[in-house]
Write a protein that binds this ligand. Structure first.
Ligand code: HEM
Ligand SMILES: [Cu+2]
Length: 601
């Protein structure tokens, strides 16, 4: 080989290495944030399609699915079988919770925003950060495989209750597929743990000079409290998952009573308690529902204040109520188990503590409304999504209070009322906030704007169809329509509900279809969106002072913080915003001068 060719080869390798280092195994928090964003958006699509499978069966039970049916379920003549239906709702929830909502909040926005909003050049542990993304891949693969493991994929619900999940003979698909599922969820747990340690350390240790805890934007408070929740709740789920795994594979008996025989399988060696799993699972998964909403609440607070051109109403009460929600979140898990036969006195304590969560939640809603009240409201796309978050969260929170009352919950437990509740908080709430956040921070991420008109069309149609889909579920739930059943119409009492279900399914199909508007807008704007400078929205927090997009190391100057992030309409300056880094005009005293530089890094 000539010298020349050798050089050429070396260059190719070098640039391939550089590409991998920059974009694949990157340790830059912004690239990792974008990796999480792209992966979770793709899974969002998968989760949405799985949901349409569920809706197809409920609207047109035992009818051949057009186009896809013969290809997917040739053995059943193109129909969804009861076993496959079970797999569908298990996978839909697993994908949406573990691959979409949790990682898009903490993984995508947490990573992208934390260092930028606190004025740091990166996370405290960049390598750990990279690993937290790459631990998602074994999870993607394991759970993906579990879906395709014959005869049917994992089918014990996202809650994985034993004995169904722990006895391998319990149902088709609860054999090897369930083992893969458990391993996958463990990997998600590891990824989240790595992330949470990083976020806590970064927020405590790496704030810019002058960035006191009470000058942090609410987004950061949301991420911070979420990271604490993850650190305390996740080990319990991981341990419980591991115990279930050994029950399935090594014959231990944590969750199975002795001698239990299912489907003529061998008797369980046993001595365990199925109820123990419910306690351990919900001890994690109730706090986890706040992991799925607190960061969204933070981001919405920032967007609402910015587009009302007014300071956030009651900043400190907001911080205390987020903390209160997180604290109370640890003592309410029993509200998922009211029908498990628990002592009524215990049930009552869970009922009272659950109802108490409504208090800090109401404080937050009151403060969001107080922020908008009398503001110069700008109805941009992110603002519309944020306002939708607040109004839909009110509906979801109110249905929560219904279910918190034990006597009511005994009737509506395991009905579509529950499904309505969590879709209002998770889809109409969190997912809408996430859409808003994508429109809001897109110009920072890519240096270009998304199209506003397309954004408003996306908002309006999604808002209409989501209410068409999920509001109706309250009506179904109130008359006892059961969740997780392939054919509720087997019961005569539910037959008249078929037209309502068909209406919901049509709304759901349209809702998914509308997301094409978003997808096209998102992809096109990356390449052809209008170019913008550092601060297109006129916002105050630190990330808007960095270049769009920020280079490696984030800031091209050392940020020093003079005030909180919500000083909109301040009389001290002529503009209606007052960035955190802008020094006060001469003659105006700052209350807290920038601390000694030694206090920071
Ligand atoms: C005012 C606040 C809230 C109250 C009082 C509340 C109450 C409840 C209760 C009592 C249940 C159990 C019902 C049953 O299974 O019979 C429940 C289920 C659920 N909640 Fe909430 N909730 C609240 C907020 C939230 C939030 C903010 C989220 C998520 C972001 C959430 C997500 C869920 C989920 C996913 C379930 C169903 C889990 C399942 O069985 O699959 N909730 N809620
Ligand atoms: Cu709960």
């Amino acid at each position: 080989m000539s010298d020349h060719a050798q050089h050429g080869n070396q260059n190719v390798w070098q640039s391939a290495y550089a590409f991998c280092d920059h974009y694949v195994f990157s340790r830059d928090h912004k690239i990792i944030g974008l990796q999480f964003l792209f992966s979770t958006l793709l899974w969002f699509l998968v989760g949405g399609l799985l949901a349409l499978g569920i809706r197809w069966q409920l609207a047109f039970p035992w009818s051949n699915m057009p186009v896809l049916g013969p290809w997917l379920f040739s053995d059943e003549g193109g129909q969804i079988s009861p076993e496959f239906y079970t797999t569908l709702f298990t996978m839909h929830a697993t994908v949406m919770i573990f691959f979409v909502i949790i990682p898009i909040l903490a993984g995508a926005f947490g990573n992208y925003l934390i260092p930028l909003m606190i004025g740091a050049d990166d996370m405290a542990f960049p390598t750990l950060n990279m690993l937290s993304y790459w631990f998602m891949w074994p999870a993607f693969i394991l759970i993906g495989l579990s879906f395709f493991t014959p005869p049917y994929g994992a089918g014990a619900g996202w809650t994985s209750y034993p004995p169904l999940s722990a006895v391998t003979t319990a149902a088709p698909g609860s054999d090897f597929a369930q083992t893969l599922w458990l391993l996958g969820v463990t990997c998600v747990g590891i990824s989240s743990m790595l992330g949470s340690v990083n976020y806590m350390t970064t927020i405590v240790q790496m704030r810019a000079p002058g960035m006191t805890m009470f000058r942090l934007p609410m987004t950061i408070w949301g991420m911070f409290i979420t990271a604490i929740l993850q650190a305390f709740a996740l080990p319990v789920l991981t341990a419980a998952g591991f115990m279930q795994l050994t029950d399935r594979t090594f014959g231990t008996g944590f969750f199975l009573p002795e001698g239990l025989v299912v489907n003529n399988g061998p008797p369980a060696t046993g001595g365990g308690q199925p109820l123990l799993w419910q306690h351990l699972f919900w001890f994690y998964s109730h706090p986890a529902v706040y992991i799925m909403i607190l960061p969204a609440m933070g981001m919405v607070s920032d967007m609402i204040s910015c587009f009302s051109r007014k300071p956030l109403f009651g900043y400190k009460p907001m911080v205390y109520s987020i903390s209160g929600i997180a604290g109370l979140g640890f003592i309410v898990w029993g509200h998922h188990m009211f029908v498990s036969g628990m002592n009524p006195i215990l049930g009552m304590t869970f009922m009272v503590s659950t109802m108490m969560i409504a208090l800090p939640s109401a404080v937050k809603v009151f403060n969001w409304i107080g922020t908008v009240w009398g503001g110069k409201v700008q109805f941009t796309t992110p603002m519309l999504f944020s306002l939708s978050f607040v109004s839909m969260f009110i509906i979801g929170g109110l249905s929560g209070i219904f279910m918190a009352a034990t006597p009511v919950d005994i009737f509506i437990h395991d009905t579509y009322f529950i499904v309505a509740h969590f879709h209002y908080v998770l889809f109409a709430g969190t997912a809408m906030a996430v859409f808003g956040a994508i429109y809001f921070w897109f110009p920072k991420m890519f240096g270009r704007m998304m199209n506003e008109t397309a954004g408003k069309v996306h908002f309006l149609l999604t808002f209409i169809f989501l209410n068409g889909t999920f509001y109706t579920m309250h009506i179904l739930g109130a008359v006892g329509f059961p969740r997780r059943l392939a054919d509720p119409y087997d019961y005569e009492t539910f037959r008249h509900l078929l037209p309502l279900n068909q209406f919901m399914s049509v709304c759901a199909i349209l809702m998914v279809a509308v997301q094409i508007v978003f997808a096209v807008n998102f992809v096109m704007s990356i390449f052809w969106g209008r170019r913008v400078g550092r601060n297109p929205w006129g916002a105050n927090s630190l990330e808007w002072s960095a270049p769009s997009p920020p280079g490696h190391g984030n800031f091209d100057f050392q940020p020093v913080v003079y005030r909180g992030p919500y000083e909109y309409g301040s009389p001290e300056v002529d503009t209606d915003f007052y960035p955190q880094i802008q020094p006060p005009p001469k003659g105006v005293e700052t209350d807290a001068p920038a601390p000694h530089p030694a206090e920071t890094h």
